[in-house]
Design a protein around this ligand. Structure first.
Ligand code: NAG
Ligand code: NAG
Ligand code: NAG
Ligand code: NAG
Ligand code: NAG
Ligand code: NAG
Ligand code: NAG
Ligand code: NAG
Ligand code: NAG
Ligand code: NAG
Ligand code: NAG
Ligand code: NAG
Length: 638
């Protein structure tokens, strides 16, 4: 210690330098140098680290967030100033640990009341989001952090009751307890939060069961509030109008509270809301005109509300909108013309609403559009005609207008006529769903240019003609191909086919006149569902198919073909197997134990049925419906 510069020694004295062996980095000499953290705090952090196992799956939700996911504590080493450890922030004067951000750090284990975490009394910012605390009860010791301004425990698998003491953290500016496994939050605790947190700006309590709380306790919440997120809280009763008038409110998410009664106030232009989500709440009646006063709105979700009447022109005032979801409302009539003002719109869903776009011309100005959901919108031939005209080349520049479009869903409508070639000219399309319409004619060969497609569903139309299987040879990203229930001839007779579709998970080619197992399935390791029912496949399952989806296939439907022989069931995870209405002879082969549904009626089986078929099978049938729900496009013929 004798060699330390004088000023450093002085500082050590001043701040009770407890660090046992401070490593002198060059920065220690700079006048504004970061102070070394105390031995006690370094010890507490090391102990905290060692109380967890590191498991990548503990932070699996992080793949959906922008937060980088890696084990931050790996960089924590004794002998190195803890202020330089990843995720640790120290006060640069006192050296106290004031910030700990271990979000997405793969921590797996419990945080008991005696955790050394609570030996960091100066913490102002604590983020443990997206870890797995194995259903720990949230300790009342969290109330020890009296200096906390930010506490973030989102999606970290805490359970039990949220302790009342959390409302003592009166300096909190941001509190995020969303998406855990808490049983409940009681009214006293929420009331305490509302009263004590006078500075609070962000309050995220999504997924907490508040069924026993009167929403009125939210009255008088801090004027500073800018974000309130109470999605899926089971709130009941009337939502206090007061909240809508908070001068700084930018985000209000009340979605998925089916029994929360919401009455929209008379919004005026002094309102700064940017995100409003009222989906699946209890709000009915016409959508008031003054919704158009929310000029700062970027995200508006009113889906699954019992809204009636027309969508009014004032919607066109919302020029900042990027996300508009009006699906499954009862809004009806024509889409108002001013909708074309919404040039920032990236997401538009009118699915299941009788709100007829009339003509896609209205939509062609929505140049930022990435997703267009028009499922079951009663869209008829007129719409398709306009789609055809619109892309017929009369307005060449408009072809590139929707150049951002990634998803187009016009399924379950009354589209007639042929699929215009031009549909395939959206350069970025990755999902195209035109299923359940009355489209006729052939598949445009230009579909082969949509090389970025991951999902193509044209099933249940009147399409006809031959589909050469190499139409899809360039679709290396394809995950789902569904062409069932048309009048197509899918020509899989390409014995020399030299391409595979390595990402294909689901192939549905029922009633497509298929006469061979498609060669492009060769070598697939990810195939989960294969429906080749009601086709013309003869003989036995070729040997190369035994390797297809060996570990992944769980649904195989070969019913209504001309299969004559079964040699084995090589698929380890098969659950639904339909081989009914074939010409299968001989003894009944026993499917693997993973099978829950096995259909083999209408064949030429003989011999004795083994008892084994029923032995040890508690899983028959029950999971069947669950699996159907995994993909709504499935149709099962039993
Ligand atoms: C301490 O750090 C903060 C932010 O990192 C900085 O703004 C401030 O100037 C620093 N204070 C000293 C004394 O170095
Ligand atoms: C998580 O909880 C389960 C069930 O209580 C227990 O068996 C397991 O050991 C716990 N794991 C850790 C790392 O705490
Ligand atoms: C909580 O942390 C997560 C992960 O870092 C982040 O995505 C989320 O926005 C944070 N919540 C708040 C209210 O800042
Ligand atoms: C407010 O916080 C203080 C401590 O900071 C606590 O004593 C008091 O009980 C809290 N009030 C409520 C209503 O929770
Ligand atoms: C919420 O808690 C109440 C009891 O307070 C309970 O009856 C209800 O089932 C819970 N809701 C959910 C979705 O768990
Ligand atoms: C809200 O504040 C008003 C006026 O200060 C008061 O009368 C009322 O009781 C408060 N409501 C709640 C729920 O705290
Ligand atoms: C807008 O509404 C707020 C209440 O939400 C009110 O205080 C304000 O006076 C209104 N402004 C105008 C211009 O009407
Ligand atoms: C929805 O609100 C209406 C009043 O607007 C009420 O009559 C009805 O009972 C509420 N429904 C539910 C499920 O809470
Ligand atoms: C496919 O996507 C890639 C990147 O996502 C893009 O660079 C490429 O231009 C797209 N290809 C076509 C034909 O649109
Ligand atoms: C497609 O259907 C329309 C009527 O909807 C009909 O006029 C047309 O001839 C049909 N085209 C083909 C190729 O069947
Ligand atoms: C497949 O094509 C070859 C040559 O093109 C032909 O000889 C053969 O009969 C076809 N097989 C079937 C099953 O159609
Ligand atoms: C596949 O075969 C076709 C001709 O049959 C050829 O043009 C193409 O380059 C081949 N592709 C690969 C990946 O070998």
């Amino acid at each position: 210690m004798g060699c330390l510069p004088i000023f450093y020694q002085l500082l050590c004295l001043l701040f009770f330098c407890l660090s046992s062996q401070p490593t002198l980095s060059s920065s220690s000499f700079a006048p504004s140098a970061t102070r070394l953290c105390s031995h006690n705090e370094a010890f507490a952090l090391m102990k905290f680290k060692s109380s967890f196992s590191i498991k990548q799956t503990a932070s699996w939700e992080c793949k959906d967030t922008s937060t980088p996911s890696y084990p931050k504590t790996d960089s924590w080493k004794e002998g190195i100033d803890c202020c330089s450890w990843d995720g640790v922030t120290c006060d640069n004067i006192t050296g106290y640990v004031i910030g700990l951000d271990l979000s997405c750090s793969w921590l797996y284990g419990v945080i008991p009341s005696k955790s050394s975490l609570f030996h960091l009394p100066h913490l102002q910012n604590l983020n443990l989001a997206h870890n797995h605390f194995n259903f720990s009860k949230m300790s009342s010791e969290f109330a020890q952090f009296t200096s906390l301004t930010q506490l973030n425990l989102t999606e970290s698998v805490f359970a039990g009751q949220i302790p009342l003491q959390i409302s003592h953290l009166s300096k909190l500016v941001s509190l995020d307890l969303s998406w855990n496994d808490y049983r409940t939050l009681d009214e006293r605790t929420l009331g305490g939060l509302v009263q004590n947190l006078t500075e609070v700006r962000q309050l995220f309590l999504d997924g907490i069961n508040m069924s026993s709380i009167n929403p009125n306790v939210l009255m008088n919440i801090s004027f500073s509030l800018s974000s309130l997120s109470l999605e899926d809280c089971d709130l009941q009763g009337k939502f206090p109008e007061y909240i809508f008038h908070l001068p700084n409110l930018k985000l209000l998410d009340l979605g998925h509270n089916q029994e929360l009664n919401i009455y929209l106030p008379k919004f005026n232009q002094s309102n700064h809301l940017e995100l409003l989500d009222l989906s699946h709440a209890n709000l009915s009646g016409p959508l008031p005109n003054f919704i158009g006063n929310l000029v700062s709105l970027k995200h508006l979700d009113l889906s699954f509300l019992n809204l009636s009447g027309a969508l009014l022109n004032s919607i066109g005032n919302l020029v900042s909108l990027e996300y508009l979801d009006l699906s499954f409302t009862n809004l009806s009539g024509a889409l108002p013309n001013p909708i074309h003002n919404l040039r920032s719109l990236k997401y538009l869903s009118l699915s299941g609403a009788p709100l007829c776009p009339g003509s896609l011309n209205l939509i062609r100005n929505l140049v930022s559009l990435e997703e267009l959901h028009l499922k079951a919108c009663n869209i008829s031939r007129i719409m398709l005609t306009s789609l055809g005209n619109y892309f017929s080349g009369q307005i060449p520049s408009s072809l590139t207008n929707l150049s951002q479009l990634k998803l187009l869903d016009i399924s379950h409508n009354q589209l007639e006529g042929s699929i215009p070639n031009e549909v395939t000219t959206f350069p970025n399309l990755i999902t195209l769903d035109l299923s359940f319409n009355f489209l006729n004619g052939t598949l445009p060969s230009s579909i082969s240019q949509l090389v970025n497609l991951t999902l193509l569903d044209l099933s249940s139309n009147n399409l006809s003609g031959i589909v050469e299987s190499d139409l899809f040879s360039k679709h290396q990203k394809l995950q789902l191909l569904q062409l069932s229930y048309n009048n197509l001839y899918f020509n899989s007779n390409h014995t020399s086919a030299n391409y595979t579709l390595p990402n294909l998970q689901s192939l549905y080619l029922s009633t497509c006149n298929v006469n061979q197992f498609p060669q492009f399935l060769r070598g697939s390791k990810v195939l989960e569902g294969l429906d080749l029912s009601n086709n013309r496949i003869y003989g036995k399952i070729p040997k190369w198919m035994w390797d297809v989806g060996k570990d992944s296939l769980f649904y195989l439907n070969l019913s209504h073909n001309f299969m004559t022989e079964l040699e084995q069931f090589p698929w380890k995870n098969i659950e639904i197997l339909d081989l009914s209405s074939n010409l299968i002879q001989g003894d009944l082969l026993i499917p693997p134990l993973t099978t829950s549904t096995f259909l083999i009626s209408n064949n030429n089986l003989n011999g004795e049925m083994s008892d084994l078929i029923c032995n040890g099978r508690t899983n028959f049938m029950e999971p069947f419906l669950q699996h159907l729900q995994r993909d709504v496009n499935w149709r099962i013929l039993i």
